[in-house]
Design a protein around this ligand. Structure first.
Ligand code: FAD
Length: 410
């Protein structure tokens, strides 16, 4: 192994897994990130002991990548219940996977949410996708998620009362235009595993991956040309190989006309006197308001004070202060939950990349852009922690193969 200089741009989950992969094979990569902390889009702020993730996100514990790249035992993962509490026209329904939690097996479950036929179809879809391989999922022709649900025979009732609000919170768009491949992938992950969050907040994931990695913060790359990197502060660095673990159109001059589009979301944190649901579970709103989903931090984190997290997916024109008053009215009216003072909100303008022609993950042979530049990041495949990690590892492997003059046939 020669002493090659390897630079990674971006200390998001993808760049961090690339760094770990290189380190595990004896290389000493260096990461530059424009931010002041690791994790990129995976971040948590803890203020006055309130654990606030920057956008509600969960790690699905069946993601193949996390079994490979994370030590989940030291993350103290908290599992969300496999279901949701749905608020509709002043009534509350609990919907969930009864095969895993018998409490969900209530005869009233589908009374107001869907039909008996829908119940059967949820079961058959779950059985079908448990058996469908990931490569089959990502090679099936794509249609929109909405079309997929209709084609499968689900009633409008269950689409509007469950699938639309639930998947809007995951896809960060409520038209369900997201590819059916992503729907099948996420459904399969939910059907076979659990949605989890680390007990110290989602940032525990990148913090674990950043351990022992050389990261330079506050270093924004302006452009990479050949083996020369130029940073915003005027400094320049030469590298034998550079892994760009963020959309390359921002830093590779030839790609500037291929800008990445993004979906946004805003998360609000409020005090509340509400006792919560007494278990980690997500609440869904089915009306035409702004709140998409919510959960109580005191249901999720041990000994946490009473705080509710509310996710807004819809676009809005109001200020966040105006929106917070609307959310308080909406929650009271739709759920009976009274909100106290707003603690903080976070608007994430670049939350999920808008993607077409989704793939599961790139083979390492497809990560090389030029002689010196390799690509990583979730945006190359599908917007998930799983794809971010796998693509980071693939780019690192491609660099290693190149550095060691290995010929790999893709
Ligand atoms: C609100 C929200 C909810 C989500 N929910 C889920 C979920 O429930 N489950 C799931 O699996 N995934 C979810 N995701 C997606 C998941 O977070 C991403 O797929 C993953 O974090 C992407 O990692 P990445 O390393 O590819 O990109 P990023 O995290 O975007 O990392 C890119 C890094 O590059 C740095 N950077 C960018 N440009 C430059 C530059 N010019 N110079 C230097 N540094 C630069 C950035 O600062 C950043 O640290 C969610 C994301 C958000 C925001």
């Amino acid at each position: 192994m020669e002493n090659k200089k390897i630079v990674i741009i971006g200390a998001g989950v993808s760049g961090l897994v690339a760094a770990q992969t290189l380190k595990n094979q004896g290389y000493e990569p260096i990461i530059f990130d424009k931010n002041t902390h690791p994790g990129g889009r995976v971040h948590t702020i803890v203020e006055n002991n309130v654990i606030m993730d920057l956008g509600f996100q969960v790690m699905l514990d069946e993601y193949p990548a996390i079994k490979e790249y994370l030590d989940t035992s030291s993350l103290d993962l908290i599992k969300f219940a496999p279901g949701a509490v749905i608020f509709k026209d002043g009534r509350t329904y609990k919907l969930g996977d009864a095969s895993r939690d018998l409490k969900f097996l209530l005869p009233t479950i589908f009374a107001g949410i869907g039909t008996l036929g829908d119940k059967w179809k949820v079961f058959t879809l779950s059985r079908k996708l448990k058996q469908k391989s990931l490569s089959d999922i990502f090679s099936t022709p794509e249609i929109t998620t909405e079309q997929y649900l209709k084609d499968y025979g689900f009633s409008d009732k269950i689409i509007e009362n469950f699938f639309r609000p639930f998947y809007a919170g995951i896809f960060l768009e409520d038209k369900l235009l997201t590819s059916s491949r992503m729907f099948e992938f996420v459904f399969k992950m939910f059907a076979t595993g659990n949605a989890t969050v680390p007990a110290r907040g989602i940032k525990a994931i990148p913090e674990q991956l950043a351990n022992d990695i050389d990261i330079n913060y506050n270093k924004e790359l302006l452009e990479v040309v050949g083996n020369q990197l130029t940073f915003k502060d005027g400094s320049q660095v030469q590298s034998d190989y550079t892994i760009v673990a963020t959309p390359a159109s921002d830093v590779v001059p030839n790609l500037r006309n291929q800008q990445q589009d993004w979906k946004q979301t805003t998360v609000f944190y409020f005090k509340t006197d509400h006792e919560g649901f007494k278990q980690p579970i997500i609440g869904l709103l089915t009306g035409n308001g702004y709140a998409n989903n919510f959960h109580f931090l005191h249901d999720v984190f041990p000994n946490h004070q009473k705080v509710i997290s509310i996710t807004v997916v819809k676009d809005y024109t109001q200020t966040e202060e105006e929106l917070s008053s609307l959310l308080a009215q909406e929650l009271k009216q739709e759920t009976g939950i009274e909100l106290g003072d707003m603690i903080k909100y976070f608007k994430i303008k670049k939350a999920l990349p808008v993607l077409n022609n989704l793939n599961y993950a790139l083979p390492s042979t497809e990560t090389q852009l030029t002689q010196h530049v390799f690509l990583a990041g979730d945006h190359l495949s599908n917007s998930s922690l799983n794809a971010a990690m796998l693509n980071g590892a693939a780019a690192a492997q491609a660099v290693i193969d190149k550095a060691e003059n290995r010929v790999v046939v893709g």
